[in-house]
Design a protein around this ligand. Structure first.
Ligand code: FAD
Length: 451
């Protein structure tokens, strides 16, 4: 039985989540509280004041968007970065609604409709309009990126540029004509907020990449697992250690391979386990960048930022009977967890339901068989294929409610933990099925392969 080579993050539960949510909400409304204390607003009409309040809260939410996107470990720990980034999307929509309300209510409350329609307005109003336009573009392209056929890298570059525009234009607009921002205390608070958001932005966009570049990893093996699926194994620089991670977590890798190959930061699950040397990801060719992954060579450099996410059984030690359900390359967090359970001699009971199209796409099949035979963990693997060959002996079709019910049997509700990692439409079906079978929501852990 092996013990871990690299330390793991403490197996903290979801504790502290409420504190973070409380702090987020407090900061969201703090400007309102401060404005009321330092600048009692008795002369404004209700509608105009409501409009101003929407502006204050809306702009605070926008500044907090920078914090949410900055991958702070302290913030993501109880929730997982994927959930934080989903919330970032929702908060962007809420901020946009508040800013739109701000525009309409302030114009209505002051009976100055020309603020919305006229060209002949003060430059500060124009700045506000530009900020709103940038915000509308940012939210629309974030929600409709795939439908608009915008590549992820193009979208991300514009997203970062527009974020700077939104915050700086909105800040100058608010500080120069915001009725609530005439009191020095409010101006100081507002400026501090902008400086804080700007600093976090620079640290995230420039400071972190520079720090990662100083401690690069080196590719030590490139192994083809199946057609279009590769495992890339990396080692840290001499004298450095792999960062503490739990099996099932994910990281961002920027490969610096030269030879004209693209340099982009992408996110992949860590398919290795901290019980073995180095760190690895198993990567499927799914688009422009990953189409080049097989051209990675031993000796290539890479910057790695991680770990993130909460899809790891070590965070939920009380769960001793588990089902893992995945589709295709979604098996990677489960490979990591099963390898870890095996190396640490775990006797947990695990049922792996794994859906693929063809038999050729099954990676690490022999290894899974060996783990199952060893009894550490007590693993049962059920494979599903949608395009089976004539000799296929396993299950056929997609993993749906009936298949899950059949595999879990009547005791499904007593299951201690269910982990799901599939493309979003399949995940919805599976999570719905688990709920219907009586698995409590807090026992279902989900990793989406899209942020
Ligand atoms: C938490 C998580 C874990 C993942 N684990 C694995 C894994 O173990 N193995 C694996 O093969 N794939 C994994 N993926 C998917 C992997 O990130 C994408 O397949 C890859 O980034 C596609 O890049 P591309 O340019 O080749 O394809 P594209 O066609 O450009 O992108 C396909 C989709 O991948 C996403 N994507 C693209 N670039 C990025 C990026 N830089 N950052 C974040 N998302 C991006 C976008 O949603 C995009 O629509 C994971 C994704 C997430 C979010």
């Amino acid at each position: 039985m092996e013990t871990a080579i690299y330390p793991m993050p403490a197996a903290r539960g979801g504790g502290g989540g409420f504190l973070r949510i409380f702090l987020y909400l407090l900061i969201t409304v703090f400007a309102l509280i401060l404005a009321t204390l330092v600048h009692p607003r008795t002369h404004d009409g209700f509608i105009r004041q409501l409009g101003r309040n929407c502006g204050l809260v809306g702009l605070t939410l926008l500044a907090l968007q920078v914090v949410l996107a900055a991958r702070f470990k302290w913030i993501e720990r109880p929730f997982g970065l994927d959930m934080i980034l989903q919330f970032h999307k929702v908060a962007g929509v809420i901020a946009l609604c508040l800013v739109l309300l701000h525009v309409v209510l302030v114009s209505w409350g002051s009976a100055h409709w020309y603020l919305l329609t006229s060209i002949d307005v003060r430059w500060e109003v124009w700045l506000g309009r530009l900020a709103l336009l940038a915000l509308l573009t940012t939210v629309a392209t974030s929600l409709l990126r795939r439908k608009l056929n915008i590549g992820f890298e193009t979208w991300r570059s514009w997203h970062n540029i527009l974020a700077v525009g939104i915050l700086s234009f909105a800040f100058v607009h608010s500080i120069s004509i915001g009725g609530d921002l005439t009191a020095p205390a409010m101006q100081i608070y507002w400026a501090a907020g902008l400086v804080g958001a700007g600093t976090i932005y620079l640290l995230h966009r420039i400071g972190r990449p520079a720090r990662l570049k100083r401690n690069p990893y080196t590719v030590t093996s490139v192994r083809q697992e199946a057609p279009r699926i590769w495992t890339i194994h990396l080692e840290p620089s001499a004298g450095q250690s792999v960062y503490p991670y739990a099996p099932g977590q994910f990281h961002y890798i920027t490969f610096r391979r030269g030879r004209g190959l693209p340099v982009e930061e992408h996110v992949w699950t860590i398919s290795s386990t901290p019980t073995r040397h180095g760190i690895a990801s198993t990567i499927k060719e799914l688009g422009d960048f990953t189409a080049t992954i097989g051209q990675t060579q031993v000796g290539d450099r890479a910057d790695i930022d991680g770990p993130y996410g909460r899809c790891s059984y070590v965070f939920y030690p009380e769960e001793d009977e588990l089902v893992f359900i995945c589709g295709g390359i979604g098996v990677t967090p489960f490979l990591a967890m099963l390898r870890h359970m095996h190396d640490t001699g775990s006797r947990k009971k695990v049922l792996l339901l794994w859906g693929n199209r063809t038999e050729q796409e099954l990676v690490a099949r022999q290894e899974l068989d060996q783990i199952a035979k060893s009894g550490r963990p007590q693993l049962k693997v059920v494979l599903f294929l949608t395009k089976p060959g004539p000799d296929w002996q396993g299950e056929q079709g997609r993993i749906g409610k009936e298949a899950i019910a059949k595999c879990l049997g009547p005791q499904a509700g007593a299951l201690r933990g269910a982990y799901v990692c599939c493309p979003p439409p399949m995940s919805m079906v599976i999570i719905g099925a688990l709920h219907d079978l009586g698995v409590p929501g807090d026992r279902i852990h989900y990793e989406g392969f899209s942020l």
